[in-house]
Design a protein around this ligand. Structure first.
Ligand SMILES: Nc1ncnc2c1ncn2[C@@H]1O[C@H](COP(=O)(O)OP(=O)(O)OP(=O)(O)O)[C@@H](O)[C@H]1O
Length: 257
């Protein structure tokens, strides 16, 4: 049984006055338990829409998404990390990280252990009492990642979580995410515009066509793990995959630029 089974998904947005916008067309995709899958494609091809439908934030017009739940799991089915800052500004870093488990009624002792652990894992123990506006952009995204893991979800949905960060911070956060993911295997669906990021992180990369998004190709990333986010780039296989992605994308990118 697949962890996520997406079958013949289509989405049409109603824009008013009878106008419509088809974002996705007949998208089918299966994602395995514990797999890290990235979704790339030209701007506006429906990547976020796909993620939002998987997360239950948006309804499909046709097709369906089936998530196979683990009967032993106590956490959420999905937890989402957005590109834009989604922390509660009136809560400290640790309160943000613990928010989901508090709402789920996780006992205080377990909640504290989860918060301590994940705040530590993203290197923010010294800043646990700081409010979001007292943290840098990179630190805020670390809090968002820690919060998502602390929700103990079966599936992590990540929508360009590092898109607004500078290159060095992005690399550091990619490395931290890879470490967290290898220690706490979750199924991850990761939307990005960044080809390097998709290769560095993923087991497979789903390339969507320009709008309406259709699955153009699914590229396996057969690079060994654990991966060093910088050293990986000198692997000849990395360059081959990059070229393959670029060849698939460039017609769409020229058409939509
Ligand atoms: N709520 C909405 N109402 C109407 N149209 C929408 C809505 N959300 C998205 N769209 C349109 O659907 C299409 C797909 O949008 P989506 O955000 O899923 O694409 P994307 O691939 O994530 O884009 P980007 O890479 O630029 O972030 C776009 O043309 C967008 O304008």
């Amino acid at each position: 049984m697949h962890k996520i089974d997406i079958q013949r998904l289509s989405k049409v947005y109603q824009l008013g006055r009878g106008r419509t916008m088809q974002a996705l067309d007949d998208v089918s995709l299966s994602i395995e338990d514990g797999e890290f899958v990235s979704v790339i494609g030209a701007s506006g091809c429906g990547k976020t829409t796909l993620l939002r439908i998987i997360g239950g934030f948006e309804q499909a017009d046709a097709g369906c998404v089936q998530i196979s739940r683990d009967p032993k799991a106590s956490g959420l089915a999905t937890s989402t990390v957005f590109q834009e800052e989604s922390l509660f500004p009136w809560l400290t870093a640790e309160q943000n990280v613990g928010y989901g488990s508090r709402i789920r009624g996780v006992p205080a002792e377990r909640r504290k252990a989860l918060v301590d652990y994940f705040i530590g894992k993203v290197g923010l123990t010294a800043f646990r009492g700081s409010y979001p506006n007292q943290l840098s952009g990179g630190m805020r995204q670390r809090v968002s990642v820690a919060r998502a893991f602390a929700n103990e979800p079966e599936i992590l949905l990540m929508d360009e979580p590092f898109g607004a960060l500078d290159e060095q911070t992005r690399l550091v956060l990619q490395e931290e995410l890879l470490k967290l993911w290898s220690e706490h295997r979750r199924t991850v669906v990761f939307v990005t515009h960044n080809l390097d990021e998709s290769i560095t992180l993923s087991d497979r990369i789903v390339v969507l066509s320009a709008r309406p998004g259709r699955v153009r190709a699914v590229i396996p990333v057969d690079l060994p793990r654990p991966r060093n986010v910088v050293a990986l780039r000198s692997d000849p296989r990395y360059a081959e995959i990059y070229q393959q992605l670029w060849d698939l994308l460039q017609t769409d990118i020229h058409a939509t630029a």
